[in-house]
Design a binder for this molecule. Structure first.
Ligand SMILES: [Zn+2]
Length: 397
């Protein structure tokens, strides 16, 4: 009971702050005395803070108001991708407090070197967090590949060329600082973390059940059902990039043929647009492929427009299967798919309308994420925060 009430009161303060004890009591349906004693515990733990006095415009002493402690706990997110490593801090209110990025092609470096750079970046961020008075709670690592979440094992990350890696162990061995090494370390797939980022910090509250499609080098999806990530029996759900669009289509990096990624992956679009020799993600190289494809499309270059129409067609074909299987409220385009949405969505919608059963305009909405290129990183850091919000007693007891 205490555990449940602690979480209830903390959540109310985080979501509604600045808010008085009386207002929290009314909101959560507990007595003011109970709320006051829980608030004491949360103040001592440093999760919430008194941030001022309420102005009720009445006579009498105004009560103090509470909010998530701006100098309190933060989740630490680490993303290792093909051409960048990034670390961020997210506080209890969901605000991004700091982002550190190290650009450079990780495919050209030995794995140990990449992990060492990542460990150094985490250490730097943690030093800065402490200087700013923040308290890191845990580290969540987002990777572009299949991850066995319970063990933290990366099974394979094709675009990085990595396989069979004990990620927490390897990061600790690569020289995580003492402060970082004592944090709990969780590991997950970047597309799943991006979907979580959307759920908590993006369009989430209005979306209902949704399929979150992220495209950069590859294409992945995160499925959110009942406001929870659906990872599948083994955590591998959402490999949308390898859904078959045409059984005899072009070869894909995974070894199969005609996968969505072979039509709508970034490198494929670039080749079709005649932009060979330029690589990079929106984070690793902000002026790279994504920017060039967007500029060429905006300038009306016919090869680029044709490649984007074909990519939109392939997305529509693949997503029709998803809609038939899951009947989601929405499909959300993120990453490069969000950046190029103006050119992808018309054909995507046309395919959904033409192919979904009954031929009626599909009930599933197509939305575009506003989170930008750091959605997965923010979702990773946010997952640490959400673990605390779900069970604050684990940290105060
Ligand atoms: Zn494939």
């Amino acid at each position: 009971m205490r555990r449940h009430n602690l979480a209830l009161v903390l959540r109310a303060i985080v979501e509604r702050g600045p808010v008085s004890r009386a207002a929290v009591a009314a909101y959560v349906g507990l007595t003011k005395a109970t709320v006051s004693s829980i608030v004491e515990e949360l103040l001592v733990a440093g999760f919430v803070a008194e941030v001022g006095r309420e102005n009720r415009g009445e006579a009498g002493r105004p009560g103090t108001v509470l909010a998530a402690n701006p100098n309190g706990p933060v989740g630490v997110g680490l993303e290792i991708n093909v051409d960048y490593i990034a670390v961020c801090l997210v506080d209890l209110a969901g605000e991004v407090r700091r982002v550190d990025v190290r650009r450079g092609d990780n495919r050209e470096l030995p794995r140990g070197d990449v992990l060492r750079i990542a460990a150094e970046l985490v250490a730097t961020t943690l030093v800065n967090a402490r200087t700013a008075g923040l308290k890191p709670l845990g580290l969540a690592v987002a990777l572009p590949g299949l991850v066995d979440e319970p063990s933290g094992m990366l099974i394979v990350a094709p675009n990085l060329g990595w396989r069979d890696l004990d990620v927490p162990g390897a990061l600790r061995a690569a020289g995580l600082s003492a402060a970082a090494a004592e944090l709990p370390i969780a590991v997950g797939n970047e597309a799943n973390f991006a979907a979580i980022g959307e759920l908590w910090y993006g369009h989430g509250p209005e979306l209902g059940d949704f399929v979150h499609v992220t495209g950069e080098t590859g294409i992945g999806a995160g499925l959110v059902v009942g406001r929870r990530l659906f990872g599948g029996a083994h955590g591998y759900a959402g490999e949308l990039g390898h859904v078959t669009v045409e059984p005899d289509g072009p070869g894909c990096g995974c070894g199969a043929r005609g996968c969505l990624e072979a039509y709508a992956g970034q490198e494929v679009l670039a080749r079709a647009a005649g932009l060979s020799g330029v690589t990079g993600t929106s984070v690793g190289n902000p002026d790279g492929l994504g920017a060039l494809i967007e500029a060429a499309a905006a300038a009306g270059q016919p090869e680029v427009l044709a490649a984007l129409r074909r990519a939109g067609w392939a997305l529509g074909v693949a997503l029709t299967d998803v809609v038939h299987l899951l009947d989601p409220d929405a499909v959300v385009l993120a990453g490069l798919c969000a950046r190029l949405a103006a050119w992808l969505v018309p054909e995507l919608r046309a395919q959904l309308t033409a192919r979904t059963i009954g031929g009626v305009p599909p009930r599933t909405r197509v939305e575009v994420s506003q989170l930008g290129p750091y959605g997965a990183l923010r979702g990773a850091a946010g997952s640490v925060v959400m673990t605390l919000l779900a069970n604050p007693m684990a940290e105060v007891a």
